[in-house]
Design a protein around this ligand. Structure first.
Ligand code: NAP
Length: 308
């Protein structure tokens, strides 16, 4: 089994960092994994689980790595890259897994190491859980990983991007290359706004608890429960996503507001045809997502009854 990278470094050993470490070792995509995390307990735990070898400092973690994966919240990416770039090997790859790409790409390209290949990335895979114990090797199986390399790079840069793509493929991902701005707009629609809506939905329901005397929680139906799962996601991660993808999120939110106003009007005016048409169209989109292999057609998303 030939490894794509002899050694990788994982900075931030939570859900995503831990899953990469596990998948890289299990698939043989990397021969060795070195770990660092700002949280000493998380780093210790990651070592115990077997994610790789904990390092004493961030510089030590990256110094022998062929590729360094920053797996910290988007707002911490600038600091971790700055703290470690000086210790990286010439020719190594500097990459990440952040849910926003434009800001990171801009910031990292001004780090002043022309001999390091900066290739931002985003595995579009995750759960609402955080921390090292949440990591698992099959997380990336069949999921997209988006890379946002610079246009018109050198032959070495293109080869490094191909190597990084091969690594993600070995982890089970389907790899797509995309412009960073386009990534941020697409993800604002498919991920960022749905999370904002879920956080807001749960906040509204919580405020209503005073009126409904505890019945929101008691009678929580599948629709509301699905919102609460999304809204259980890490607050630091999601705060950073909205602070760093402001323009795209506000643009999509504007469109959402318009459509919501139209639905409000339809309800007020008793316009059943409008409601029926919008709901029918939405149902068709769900079918397309299942046909594209992005979800299961099983009732209740295939969850066992016992899990409800
Ligand atoms: P996580 O489970 O909370 O893990 C992040 C780890 O990074 C934590 O151990 C955290 O320690 C550590 N950390 C934070 N700031 C640091 C710093 N300055 N230096 C060193 N370590 C630091 O988070 P995650 O869900 O894996 O998310 C990591 C990244 O993946 C984020 O950028 C997110 O946007 C992206 N992503 C997440 C998902 C998802 O579904 N969760 C999906 C795709 C991409 P503390 O706990 O002490 O802060």
């Amino acid at each position: 089994m030939t490894a794509v990278f002899n050694q990788i470094a994982i900075i931030g050993v939570g859900l995503i960092g831990g899953s990469i470490a596990r998948a890289a070792l299990e698939s043989g995509a990397a021969a060795q994994v070195v770990l660092f995390d700002g949280d000493a307990n998380a780093l210790k735990r990651a070592g115990e689980i077997g994610f790789g070898k904990p390092a004493a400092s961030i510089e030590q973690a990256v110094s022998g790595a062929d590729a360094v994966f920053h797996c910290v919240p988007v707002g911490a990416m600038a600091a971790t890259a700055r703290a470690s770039i000086g210790a990286m090997k010439p020719g190594a790859i500097l990459t990440d897994v952040g849910s926003v790409k434009g800001n990171i790409a801009r910031d990292w390209r001004s780090l002043g190491r022309a001999d390091v290949h900066v290739i931002p990335g985003h595995p579009v895979a995750g759960t609402e859980k955080s921390g090292p114990d949440a990591g698992f090797a099959s997380l990336f199986q069949g999921r997209w990983c988006i890379l946002t390399p610079e246009q018109g790079g050198s032959a070495e840069y293109v080869a490094a991007t191909d190597r990084l793509a091969a690594f993600w493929t070995k982890l089970g991902s389907k790899v797509e290359r995309m412009d960073a701005q386009r990534h941020d707009l697409v993800l604002a629609v498919t991920s960022h706004l749905p999370h904002l809506i879920a956080y807001n939905m749960v906040a509204t329901a919580y405020d209503m608890e005073a009126v409904t005397e505890g019945e929101v929680v008691k009678f929580s139906a599948a629709g509301f429960r699905d919102f609460t799962r999304i809204a259980a996601s890490d607050p630091t991660m999601w705060r950073d996503v909205f602070l760093n993808n402001k323009e795209a999120v506000l643009e999509v939110l504007g469109r959402f507001d318009d459509d919501l106003t139209a639905l409000r009007k339809a309800i007020r005016n008793g316009d059943g045809q409008k409601l029926f048409d919008v709901f029918t169209h939405a149902r068709g989109i769900r079918r397309e997502i299942i046909e594209a292999g992005q979800d299961t057609a099983a009732a209740n998303f295939g969850r066992d009854k016992a899990e409800e």
